[in-house]
Design a protein around this ligand. Sequence first.
Ligand SMILES: [Zn+2]
Length: 624
Amino acid sequence: MRNAAAIISQLRQDALRTLTPPPRLTISEWADRYRRLSPESSAEPGQFRTSRAEYQRGIMDAVTDPTVDRLAVMSSAQIGKTAVLENVIGYYISQDPAPILVLMPTLEMAQAFSKDRLSTMLRDTPILRGQVKDPRSRDSGNTMLHKTFAGGHITLTGANSPANLASRPIRIVLGDEIDRYPASAGSEGDPVNLAIKRTATFWNRKIILTSTPTIKGLSRIEHAFENSDQRRYHVPCPDCGEYQVLAWANVRWDEDRPETAHYVCEHCGSCIDERHKTAMLMAGQWIAGAPFTGTAGFHLSELYSPWRRWSDVAADFLQAKHGGSEMLKTWVNTSLGEPWEDQGDAVEPVGLMARLEEYERDDIPQLAVSAGVDVQKDRIECSVVAWGGGEEAWLLEHAVLPGDTARPEIWQDLHELLTDHEPHAVAIDSGFNSSMVYTFCERRRFAFAIKGASGFDRPVVEDATKRARRLRNRRKIGGSPVQIIGVDQAKVLVHSRLRQVQPGPGYIHFSEAAGCDDEYFAQLTAEKLVVKHHRGRASQEWVQQRPRNEALDSFVYALAALRLWGGLAAVIARKERAAAMPAGEAPAPSPARRQLDQIIKDRKRQMNGVTRGSGSFVSSWRNN
Ligand SMILES: [Zn+2]
C-alpha cells in the first residue's frame, strides 16, 4: 500500500510539474540563457548575447509584451534581424508553443531559411534539441516546410505560393522582407492580409512584419511603420551626454576619404569616433514618436550596426552616388533603411537638350546595334541604338516614316532604313497591324514581333526557357511567335538612365544628327511614374503627360531587341578573350572543332534558307 501511495504521490508531482508554466522569460532573456548561434549561419557562433547589438532587446521584448499585437520593423540590412526572428521562433517552440507561420517572399527563400537557419538552430540550441523531430526520421511527420512540436507547429512558405497561405489558423505570424512580396499571392490577394486573416481566432496573436523598405508611398513596411508608435533608437553623445537618433546627415568625412568618417553630435558639435559606438549602443533607448495603438514600430539604419563601420557606410554611399539613381535607391533602402522618394520620376526635356553631343558611328566603342520600331496607323517610328559595355547607349537615328502601315510600301521603307544601319536585332511592336508585323519578322532572323505587357514585377524580357516554351506553344496553335516585353520595368530603367549624368555604363548619348530635337525629347519624357490608390492599396502606374510618346516606346523596344538578341555578354567575352590572346598566336581550331563548325553551318543553312551561317541579323538581312 505504501508503495501505491508513493507512486500516486510521484504521479501527482509529475502532473504538477507539467502543469506548472515555464518561468516567464522575455525573448531576450530566453535568448541570453539558451540560444546558440550556429557556425554555418553566424560569423560569431556560440552563445547569443543581446548586448552585442543592444537595440535588439527592445524589439525582442516587444514581442512578449502582452499589450503589443503587431510589430513593424523597418530597417537596413546588417543589423541582426534574422537572429531576432530565429529567437522569436525558438522562444515560442520552447516556452509558449503555438502555431507559427513564417512567410518569406518566395518558396525558395522559405526552403533556404528552413535548411540554413531553422534546422541549424534546432540542432545547436540545446533546449530546442529533440523538440522537433528530424524530417529524415521515418514517422516524424515533418518536412522542410512544416514541422510539428509539442503544443504547436511551424509552417514556412513563400508569399508567391497561395496554397499554404489559406489553411490552418495561426497564432504567430512572422512576415520577413514584406516589401519583396508580390502584390497578390496567385489570385488570392495581398499575401500579408491573407496571413493576418488566419490569426483572427487568437486573442493573443502576434504579427511581426519586417523589411528593408522600397519606394515611398508603395512600401508595405513604410505603411506599417507609419501606423505604429514609430520607435527610434536614441543614443547618448560621449561628450555632452545628450540623446539623439543617429542621422546620416551628421556623418562627415574628408573629401574622397570615406575612411575618415565620424559622427558629429547634433547638440555639442563634437566629433564622435567609431570606437565610442559600442558604449553608445549599450546606453541607448527606444523612444516612440507617435501614440501607441497596439503596433510597436522600430526603425534602424546601418549606422547602428555593430557589424558595419560608419566608414563602410560612407564608402558604400560614394560608390552608389557614382553609380546613378538605381544604385543610390538601393543604398537608401538597404543602408539607411529608408524608403526611396522618386523625385516625381519626371525627367526634364530641357536638361536632356543640354547634353547633346556630336559623335560618329565609327568612334563609338560599340558592341552591338539594335532597333526598336513603334507601329502606328499612319506611320512607323524607329530608333536605332548602338550599345557599349554595361548597356551604355548612343542613339544613331530616330526616324519617322510616314505612310499607311496596312500597305506594303512603308514596310519597304523600314527595310531600307534598317539596311542602312545593319542592326544585330530589331523589335517591332505588334499591337497594331499585327499581320504585317508578323510577315515582316517571319522572313528575318533576329527580328522580333513583340507585345508590351504591364506589371512592375515583369522583367524587360522573359528568361530563355520561358521564351522557348512560349514560342513552341504559339507554333503548335499555328500562331506567329510574339515576345512579351515588361514595359513598366523597361521604362523605369530608361528613366533612371536618363537621370544619370556621368557617361559610363547605362548612360544614354544623344546627338542632333540622330534626330534629337525638342519634339524627340518631349516624347522621350512624356510619361511620369505616379502612385495611385485603389481600394486602399497603393500601386505605381506610368501616366502619359502629353499625346505622343513614340520616342520613349521606340527606345524601350530597342533595349528589348538588344536583350532578346542576348549577345552582348557573348560579344564582351569574345573581345576579352581576343584581347588576352597575344597577337599572331591564335591557335588553329582542332580538326574536331572544324568538323563541328561545318556541321553547325550546314544545319543552319538547311533550317534557315536565308542564313549564311554567321548567325547575325545582318547577314540574313542583306539576303532578303
Ligand atoms: Zn554632444
